[in-house]
Design a protein around this ligand. Structure first.
Ligand code: NAD
Length: 366
């Protein structure tokens, strides 16, 4: 898969201890890459990173992306071929409590990553992960396109809009002759091993593991839900094409891409909770809705992924039902507690996802 370009490659991931970063690190190990991760902490307890015992398989660097000298030094020492930048303060509600850390980590952190890349000649390609929330949210009913206005009311969304502007400034000002870079914007990602606060799947996992009902904030809010492996397949595909440019497809350097579910996926928070309960044996979902934060979070957010289809031939693989089933399976395995390391479960889910993608003729599986 991915034309085998990652086999033997040296990869630098910021935010590897987090939910998405740890899945990405596991997939890259499976593809034969040598992985170094740079993150300031393990953001949750429990965590996917620790459940898998990932630190035994990678170079695990604990430092802050706000520390530019340390970041530059770590990159120069590892000499990566490719970089994935995911480190961020990733929670909307936390961004209201601590806007300074959010802006510093997401805006200055991205600036430091890009500046460090200028002093790291080994890097050939970089994928800068921002968010679907980088768009100015007008509650429009059609999907956001890559050339829509950036913005964001809450500090998290605004910081991601800023990160986009900084990244594209660096791409066009400094990286004409490499490294080849893109920004990527994915929607709400779910999957096993997420224990972040104020996210619906972790909220369910935490509550149901204790036999308690789950409290949900905006049961009718629609989000572009996708299994964590879906945007990661997009990040890896775009990285493959940055590393080995295809003369028959558009030049990707300097572009931005959305990665989201099929436009027909139109599920609410309530649908996710009910789906999880259905696939989590022994659970009756109990939801306690609360109006607490309705004013703070937008209720409609959709992405248009036509550009990823046109340039990369990428589209999502799974249905909503499959997405929720895979997510529930991971937590069920974890809480059943009869698996020593969850690495096998995670790798099993990656293999099963790739098999499904092969059956559905996804080009990246070649
Ligand atoms: N999870 C989602 O649904 C989602 C959706 C859209 C975008 N994103 C973006 O994807 C990326 C990863 O998200 P996630 O869900 O894995 O987040 P997460 O909170 O699980 O992990 C964040 C990671 O960043 C690291 N980090 C945070 N601040 C840091 C700092 N100052 N210095 C060094 N490391 C720092 C943490 O240690 C951790 O490794 C983030 O950029 C996030 O904004 C996530």
């Amino acid at each position: 898969m991915f034309a085998n370009v990652f086999n033997g490659k040296r990869v630098f991931i910021t935010g590897h201890t987090g939910f998405k970063g740890s899945w990405l690190a596991a997939w890259l190990l499976h593809l034969g890459a040598q992985v170094a991760g740079y993150a300031c902490d393990i953001p949750t307890n429990p965590s996917h990173f620790e459940a898998m015992g990932l630190c035994a398989h990678i170079k695990d660097i604990r430092a802050d992306i706000r520390d530019r000298d340390r970041l530059k030094q770590a990159m120069q020492e590892w000499k990566p071929d490719i970089l994935f930048h995911l480190a961020a303060q990733a929670l909307v509600r936390t961004s209201y409590e601590d806007p300074i850390t959010t802006f510093e980590s997401n805006m200055l952190g991205t600036l430091n990553v890009l500046e460090s890349m200028r002093h790291c000649p080994s890097i050939q390609a970089a994928v800068i992960i921002t968010s679907d929330k980088c768009y100015r949210n007008d509650e429009q009913v059609w999907g956001y396109r890559e050339n829509d206005a950036l913005g964001g009311h809450d500090p998290y969304s605004a910081s991601k809009g800023c990160a986009e502007i900084i990244a594209h400034s660096y791409f066009s000002s400094f990286f004409h002759n490499g490294p080849r870079c893109v920004t990527v914007r994915a929607g709400n990602v779910i999957g096993g091993g997420d224990w972040a606060k104020d996210r619906i799947v972790p909220d369910c996992a935490r509550a149901w593991a204790k036999g308690e009902p789950v409290t949900i904030r905006n049961p009718h809010a629609t989000r572009p839900w996708q299994l964590v492996l879906e945007p990661l397949s997009g990040y890896l595909l775009v990285a493959q094409k940055l590393l080995v440019p295809d003369p028959n497809t558009p030049q990707l350097h300097g572009e931005a891409y959305n990665f989201g579910p099929d436009a027909s996926v139109h599920a609410t928070v309530g649908d996710v909770v009910q789906g999880l309960a259905y696939h989590w044996p022994g659970f009756q979902s109990t939801m306690l809705p609360t109006e607490q934060t309705q004013a703070k979070e937008c209720t409609l957010l959709k992405l248009c992924c036509d550009k990823a289809l046109a340039h990369l031939n990428w589209k999502a693989t799974l249905t909503f039902e499959e997405t929720v089933r895979e997510t529930a399976f991971w937590y069920h395995t974890y809480y059943r507690g009869n698996q020593k390391s969850m690495l096998d479960c995670t790798l099993g889910q990656i293999k099963s996802y790739v098999n499904t993608a092969e059956l559905r003729n996804q080009p990246w599986t070649k």
